[in-house]
Design a protein around this ligand. Structure first.
Ligand code: HEM
Length: 400
C-alpha cells in the first residue's frame, strides 16, 4: 500500500527536535490544513483535532492498543517489555484486568495518601530550599513520584533507595537513544524484586496495594503472577516519568506567568483548577498510538487496516473548536474536556494520584520559594517522541 504524499511531508514528526522544543505551531497547521496526516518519518497517520482524537479513544474495537502504543521512528524496532500490561491490551482481556486492579486502586486509598505525599514533598523541598537553587527534576519532580509509588506498593523503607534507582533507569530507558539495555536490566531487577515481594504478600497480607491485588477476584478469577508483575512495572512506567514531566512543565509555565503564580501562592484553593489547566496547556503525554483493525475514512481520507495512528492529545488540548483562546494559559478556565489523561477504557488509572502529587508539590514550592526562576539555557529537554518534559531543570530563587 502506498501512502499519500502530503505536500509538506515534514510538517510534523514527533522525533524532530524542533517540533519537540515547541510542537504547538505544527499542531495548529495540522488541525487547520491536514487533520488526517501521514508522516513518513514515523510511518504513522496522525489525528490532531479534539473530536477525532476523542472518537478514536472511545472506539477501541477499531483503534487497538494490543500491538503497542508508543510511536517509533521509521526503521526502528521498539524494545518492548514482554509482560502482560493492561495498557497494551484490548477488551475483553482489558476489561477483566482493569476491573481487578481497580479493586486495589481505589479513590479511598489514593485520598488517604495525602499526608504521605505532603511529608515526602516537604522533606524533598527542605533538602534544597535554603541553597537558593536546585535541579527540579533531580531533586523533586523525579524522586517524588518514585517514592510515592514505592509507598503505594508497600516497598519497605530499607529497599527504597535501590527501588528508586531501578525505577529511574527503567523510566529513562529510551530506545531511540540506545539506552534500552540499561532500562531492560533495571526491569529484570525490578521483576525479581517484585517476585519475592509478591510471594511474601501471598503468605502475609498487609494493608498495601499489592496485598489488595493478590486478594482481588473478578468472577472468581484472580490476577496471575505474570499479570501482577506486569501491573507493578506498569505503575512505574505509567506513573513515574509522566508525573515528573507534569511537575517540571508546570514549574516552567508558572515562572512564565508570574501573575497567575502569585495568585496561586495567595490562594492555594485555586490549585486543583490550575493543575487541570497545566495538564491541558502542556500535556506530558502529547500523544499515543493505536493500530487500525479496519479501514477508516475521516475527512475524506482513508486510513487502511493494519496502519498505526498517532492520537495527538497535546494538539486536541489546544483545539480552538473546544477551548476558547486555546493558546492562552488561564487558571480560571476549568478545562474539563482536556485529554491529557486519555479517555474511554484506558483513561489514566492514576489520574487522582497524579493530581494529588502535583497539587501538593506546587503548594509546597509556592509556600517556600514562590519566586523561582528557571535557567532555560541550562535545562535539558527530554527527547522521547511525543513525551514532553525535562531531563534537567535548573532553577534559582532568593532564599528567605
Ligand atoms: C493510562 C497519562 C500519571 C497509571 C494513561 C493514559 C494517559 C495517561 C494519557 C492513557 C493511555 C492510553 O489511552 O493508551 C498520565 C499523565 C500522568 C499520569 C499525564 C501524570 C501527570 C499516572 C500515575 C499512575 C498512572 C501516577 C499510577 C501510579 C496509569 C495506568 C494506565 C494509565 C495503569 C493504564 C490504564 C489502562 O490501560 O486501563 N495515563 N498518567 N498514570 N495511567 Fe497514567
Amino acid at each position: 500500500m502506498t501512502h499519500p504524499t502530503v505536500p509538506e511531508s515534514s510538517l510534523y514528526d514527533p522525533f524532530d527536535t524542533v517540533v519537540q522544543d515547541n510542537p504547538y505551531p505544527a499542531y495548529a497547521r495540522l488541525r487547520a490544513e491536514h487533520p488526517v496526516y501521514w508522516t513518513a518519518a514515523s510511518n504513522t497517520w496522525v489525528l490532531s483535532r479534539h473530536a477525532d482524537v476523542e472518537a478514536a479513544l472511545l472506539d477501541p474495537g477499531t483503534y487497538s492498543s494490543a500491538s503497542g502504543i508508543f510511536p517509533t521512528p521509521a526503521g526502528m524496532e521498539m524494545t518492548e517489555l514482554f509482560l502482560p500490561m493492561m495498557i497494551m491490551t484490548d477488551p475483553p482481556r482489558h476489561s477483566q484486568l482493569r476491573a481487578l486492579v481497580s479493586k486495589g486502586f481505589t479513590a479511598r486509598r489514593i485520598a488517604s495518601m495525602e499526608p504521605v505525599v505532603t511529608a515526602i514533598a516537604t522533606e524533598l523541598v527542605q533538602g534544597f530550599v535554603q541553597a537558593g537553587a536546585c535541579d527540579l527534576v533531580a531533586e523533586l519532580a523525579g524522586p517524588l513520584p518514585a517514592m510515592v509509588i514505592a509507598d503505594l506498593l508497600g516497598v519497605p523503607r530499607e529497599d527504597r533507595a535501590q527501588f528508586r534507582q531501578w525505577s529511574s533507569l527503567l523510566v529513562q530507558a529510551d530506545p531511540v537513544r540506545d539506552q534500552a539495555s540499561a532500562g531492560l536490566a533495571a526491569a529484570a531487577s525490578l521483576y525479581d524484586y517484585f517476585k519475592g515481594f509478591i510471594a511474601q504478600r501471598h503468605k502475609e497480607p498487609r494493608n498495601d496495594l499489592i496485598s489488595a491485588l493478590v486478594e482481588a477476584k473478578v468472577d472468581g478469577q484472580r490476577l496471575t503472577e505474570e499479570e501482577l508483575l506486569g501491573f507493578c512495572l506498569l505503575l512505574l512506567v505509567a506513573g513515574h516519568e509522566t508525573t515528573t514531566n507534569l511537575l517540571a512543565n508546570s514549574a516552567v509555565i508558572l515562572a512564565q506567568h508570574p501573575a497567575a503564580r502569585e495568585r496561586l501562592a495567595r490562594h492555594p484553593e485555586l490549585l486543583p483548577g490550575a493543575v487541570e489547566e497545566l495538564l491541558r496547556f502542556d500535556s506530558p503525554v502529547q500523544g499515543l498510538s493505536r493500530a487500525l483493525t479496519r479501514d477508516v475514512t475521516i475527512h475524506g481520507t482513508t486510513m487502511p487496516a493494519g496502519d498505526t495512528v498517532l492520537l495527538l492529545f497535546g494538539s486536541a488540548n489546544r483545539d480552538e473548536r473546544i477551548f476558547w483562546a486555546a493558546d492562552r494559559f488561564d487558571i480560571d478556565r476549568e478545562p474539563e474536556h482536556h485529554l491529557a489523561f486519555g479517555r474511554g477504557i484506558h483513561f489514566c488509572l492514576g489520574a487522582a494520584l497524579a493530581r494529588l502529587e502535583t497539587r501538593v508539590a506546587l503548594e509546597v514550592l509556592l509556600r517556600t520559594c514562590p519566586e523561582w526562576e528557571v535557567d532555560e539555557g541550562r535545562s535539558r529537554r527530554l527527547r522521547s517522541g511525543p513525551i514532553r518534559g525535562y531531563l534537567a531543570l535548573p532553577m534559582h530563587w532568593s532564599p528567605r
